[in-house]
Write a new protein. Structure first.
Length: 182
């Protein structure tokens, strides 16, 4: 006698719900959805919703987003602080160079005397101290003057390299065209 065989019921999909939660969080706010997780895991959206509620996926994702935003803000702040520090160090070196060249008689003292208050003002501005109102154009003019003066003391064969480094130190505030500050 031939007994008909029963069809085997489909196996349930075994899901690592901890990994599913991690995937949901990792997607980021713009891509994140329970429907997407449902499609990726091959399970019903209702099942994903049940696990998401149970394990508080939405709250965990919001917390992860908040932490990521804080870290990004801290990294941006460090970058700004580093750029400000490099600019202050550059201004210090250039001021010292201008003083040395003035003392050696290589620069007109009137030029150095007019430039020194601007260096002080730039340092105060970067430090967040109260200063007279300074426009971005004023800062660009100061940096352009620094580029022009400092460039005179760099050998011609290294001038492009020097100006590129100087431009990087001030964060591209002054455009370099044809080996000169524009």
């Amino acid at each position: 006698m031939n007994v008909p065989q029963r069809a085997t019921p489909p196996q349930r999909t075994r899901v690592d719900w901890g990994a599913a939660k991690a995937l949901y969080i990792a997607l980021g706010p713009e891509e994140r959805s329970l429907a997407r997780i449902s499609r990726e895991l091959g399970v019903s959206e209702t099942t994903v919703q049940k696990w998401a509620r149970r394990d508080e996926w939405v709250a965990a994702a919001e917390e992860a987003d908040r932490i990521a935003a804080e870290k990004a803000a801290a990294a941006a702040l460090r970058t700004i602080e580093q750029r400000n520090q490099r600019t202050v160090e550059l201004a210090d070196r250039l001021r010292d160079l201008a003083i040395a060249k003035t003392e050696a008689g290589e620069i007109d003292p009137n030029v150095a005397v007019r430039a020194l208050p601007r260096y002080v003002q730039l340092e105060q501005l970067i430090a967040g101290e109260a200063t007279a109102r300074v426009e971005v154009g004023d800062v660009q003019a100061i940096i352009t003057a620094v580029f022009a003066v400092a460039g005179k003391f760099v050998p011609a064969d290294r001038r492009d390299e020097f100006l590129t480094e100087l431009d990087g130190a001030v964060g591209g505030l002054v455009a370099i065209t044809g080996g000169k500050a524009a």
